[in-house]
Design a protein around this ligand. Sequence first.
Ligand SMILES: Nc1ncnc2c1ncn2[C@@H]1O[C@H](COP(=O)(O)OP(=O)(O)OP(=O)(O)O)[C@@H](O)[C@H]1O
Ligand SMILES: [Mg+2]
Length: 249
Amino acid sequence: MNFNPGTVNEIAVFNGFDFSVDPGEFVSMVGSNGSGKTTLLNVICGSLSADRGKIFLNGTEITGMPEHRRAANIGRVFQNPAAGTCPNLTIMENLSLADNKGGAFGLRKGVNKKRTDYYRSRLQLLQLGLEDKLDISVGSLSGGQRQALALLIATMTPIDLLILDEHTAALDPRSSETVMELTLRVIEEKQLTALMVTHNLRFAVEYGNRLVMMHEGRSVIDTRRTGKDSCTIESLLKTFNEISIECGN
Ligand SMILES: Nc1ncnc2c1ncn2[C@@H]1O[C@H](COP(=O)(O)OP(=O)(O)OP(=O)(O)O)[C@@H](O)[C@H]1O
Ligand SMILES: [Mg+2]
């Protein structure tokens, strides 16, 4: 992936980088700023098109598929709590829109009692009391509440891959703990394949069944074959330090 090609600001992020995730894997990905994590997620989701290479989802090539079509099979939660939900719409309207992802525009159809009950039951999962607040606008929720809702929305319809880009980074310690526990619950309940980027080494160690550390557009740690058991916060920090020394930082 080349940014600003042909200029003095040209940056090549991935060169011959090959990465695949098996069905059912929950990958936690760490790595220094600028190591290419978000770029990788953007290329997978189609927010960026790579100038070389191919992307496959469930064995089907999606390299040329536009982002909105990939969204039918890929759920994404961003770092910014404002990004995954519409602030001017109510909780109900947000859920209804998500429910109709890839289909007809949700609001026009009206929401029947059965769907409302279903939304309530999903919201109950969050244990934030939102099931009684279906008609309040999402803009009035806290960051943590919005991220929890964004997670429900991203996983409302069946998806092949859940992408989480530092989705707890903007939250206070307690809310990030809650959202992380909820993330695990949703992933286990729906048996999702997930790729989570985080700077929280404890989350990376505790959650997921595979850990990857990125550095300069390549993986310097990948527990795919070895298993995650030997990975600790201390061992990750040690690798981080070795890398920074190599870079002269
Ligand atoms: N739109 C863009 N235009 C130019 N360069 C970009 C663009 N997006 C990313 N880059 C560059 O690509 C490299 C990788 O950036 P990326 O955002 O993927 O890093 P990251 O691993 O997500 O970092 P962080 O931990 O800070 O979020 C960086 O050198 C960055 O400056
Ligand atoms: Mg990033």
